[in-house]
Design a protein around this ligand. Structure first.
Ligand code: ATP
Ligand code: MG
Length: 582
């Protein structure tokens, strides 16, 4: 400790939003270089290396082979797949001295596809899985929480290449098994959920989410075992309702009713129902956004949904990717006079209407359902507007918020919600990239076939923070044995030289057994040393203190706080057994 390049801090960093970030900075594992960009200090780098090693071992175990691409990449391959544009503002683009476009790789599907195309040409060369552990760059809109969402971060990405769908399924299953092994070894508390494939395209896909209250992802679970990221939840659509007997739509003057709540109050006062009171769910709320396509073109999008629900911004983002969503501003309303703020109704919307404004609805808005909604005039609503009779949406967009207790898509009962951190993502890309870049091989009949691919990622630097988040407490970090920068923290707290000498002896002996030891040999008070030991978070510490005179030392377990006294003569053997897990 007296020579280790570390300074522990007593104050939280100003930008720390989550415990892992606070402790990793305060314990001297990382330092911020710029927003979303971090420097690894010796302790942090040791943890990172241990995560990398676990990932590498499990990838090697399924026969994947390691390569390493540059992070600085040419534009052309990303142009061929359209991702140079589609990646939008998240892509770091730059130019060399000759004005040639380059990018910093956010993910490497294109490069792997081209590499395999370069070198392989026959079905006999496949299946093949390649991976790298490498630095990625994404200009995230909201870098946050330290390593959890960086603009520069370490990812393990792998790619599988197969001739047919069965092969892809086998490669996918192998990766799934490897990921289970990795996250088990990291000691993470995780769930595997159905996912959307986002900007990647492709079909089957799952995410590994670490349970964490302040995680950015929300996921649902059903009693029957359905589990999905909220972004991927599909709302069961009710059956269409007969509407032959439905009355004609009627106007409802509604001065000042700019909210659903006010409208519901008016309905119950002026048009009370015989069967039950009106609720927000009887109203059709029409929310307008501005969609910005990767090429910069803008288009309004109106979403109709039951008035008791809001649009979930993350579900919307995922559903419209690679387009982005922006608020609909006052000047946008000026440009589209068909849209009357606060009173938007579907009667004037739709691609085939004169306004040509795209109108999509929640899956619950099925044909025959009757709604109270805006009449496209200030202070006016309309009652008994029937879907499929009085308006025809351009399609369904399932982006309403998902609520605890909503019926699960598998029909097994109510959904429960929880939050998590996305640690890994596996998905079947299919032939999209192989087609765009011309990766074909000769099959057994001598015919050229397009290769089918999978793409699989683990957030390696994010894992350091996720483990910290899962294990830290109000005193600091508390690493599991598999990841701790040192196995044992030895503290010499006695005033005399004897304590230090005995501690040094133990450190030397443990080192001979291959155990990594951090020795606190500083001339500091016992209080400072104890506080730092708890902050730094080695799983086991040994205190050479007052009881040394009686031949005893204290062994402390960081996670449980348990303390046992062990005779000095036996402590080395005790620790070796502890570290080796026997
Ligand atoms: P997210 O939804 O969190 O942005 P993503 O869907 O963009 O993640 P992928 O492109 O599938 O993620 O990347 C694979 C893995 O890389 C993710 O599962 C995650 O663990 C990690 N990762 C992605 N973005 C970041 C980031 N900005 N900082 C740290 N790790 C990241
Ligand atoms: Mg992302």
């Amino acid at each position: 400790m007296s020579s280790l390049f570390v300074r522990t801090l007593r104050e939280d960093p100003a930008d720390a939003e989550v415990p892992s970030h606070r402790w990793l900075v305060r314990a001297g594992y990382i330092r911020r270089a710029a927003p979303g960009i971090y420097t690894w200090l010796p302790l942090g780098l040791k943890v990172l290396a241990k995560v990398e090693r676990i990932v590498r071992e499990e990838m090697d175990a399924i026969g994947a082979q390691e390569v390493r691409f540059p992070a600085l990449l040419p534009r052309e391959p990303y142009e061929a797949t359209n991702r140079w544009t589609e990646y939008g503002p998240n892509l770091f683009r730059l130019q060399d001295r000759k004005g040639v476009d380059l990018l910093l790789g956010p993910t490497h599907e294109e490069m792997f596809t081209l590499l395999v195309k370069d070198l392989f040409s026959s079905y006999k060369d496949l299946p093949l899985s390649l991976y790298q552990i490498q630095t990625k760059y994404r200009d995230e809109a909201r870098p946050r929480a330290g390593l959890l969402r960086g603009r520069e971060f370490v990812m393990k990405d792998s790619y599988s290449f197969d001739v047919d769908d069965a092969g892809l399924q086998a490669s996918y299953d192998a990766h799934r098994r490897a990921y289970i092994a990795i996250f088990d070894r990291l000691g993470l508390d995780y769930v595997i959920v159905k996912a959307t494939s986002g900007a990647m395209g492709g079909s089957a896909s799952e995410e590994f989410l670490v349970l964490a209250e302040n995680g950015e992802d929300t996921f649902v679970r059903s009693p029957g075992g359905y589990a999905a990221n909220v972004e991927a939840v599909t709302t069961p659509a009710p059956a269409p309702v007969p509407f032959a007997d439905a009355p004609a739509p009627r106007p409802l003057p509604s001065p000042g009713d700019t909210t659903i709540d006010l409208l519901v109050v008016r309905l119950n006062a002026e048009l009370p129902r015989a069967d039950r009171p009106w609720t927000g769910a009887d109203t059709l709320k029409n929310v307008v956004f501005m969609l910005i396509r990767p090429d910069g073109t803008r288009e309004p999008l109106v979403i109709g949904l039951p008035g008791d629900r809001d649009v979930d911004p993350k579900r919307l983002d995922a559903a419209v990717a690679p387009a982005e969503v922006a608020p609909f501003e006052a000047e946008d309303f000026e440009r589209f006079p068909a849209l009357v703020k606060g009173y938007i109704g579907p009667q004037v919307l739709g691609a085939s209407s004169p306004s040509r404004i795209r109108y999509v609805v929640d899956p619950r808005v099925v044909t025959g359902t009757r709604w109270v909604t805006g009449a496209n005039e200030v202070d006016l609503h309309v009652v008994d507007l029937v879907a499929g009779r009085d308006f025809t949406p351009d399609g369904v967009l399932d982006v309403a918020e998902v609520r605890e207790g909503d019926p699960a898509p598998d029909g097994s009962g109510p959904l429960t919600l929880a939050r998590g951190i996305e640690m890994g993502h596996i998905f079947q890309l299919g032939r999209k990239y192989a087609e765009a870049l011309g990766l074909k091989v000769l099959d057994a009949n001598g015919k050229l076939v397009t290769v089918t691919m999978g793409s699989y990622g683990v957030g390696v630097s994010r894992a350091v923070a996720a483990v910290a988040e899962n294990t830290c407490d109000d005193k600091g970090l508390a690493w599991p044995r598999a990841l701790a920068p040192f196995d044992v923290h030895v503290l010499a707290t006695g005033k005399d030289a004897a304590a230090l000498a005995a501690a040094e002896d133990l450190a030397a002996e443990l080192a001979r057994h291959g155990i990594e030891v951090l020795l606190d040999d500083r001339k500091a008070s016992p209080g400072v040393k104890f506080t730092d030991a708890e902050l730094l978070g080695m799983p086991t510490s040994v205190v050479f203190g007052r009881r040394l005179a009686d031949g005893m030392v204290e062994v402390r377990d960081r996670a449980s706080g348990d303390r046992v006294e062990v005779p000095v003569a036996e402590v080395a053997a005790h620790l070796v057994a502890l570290v080796r897990g026997s």
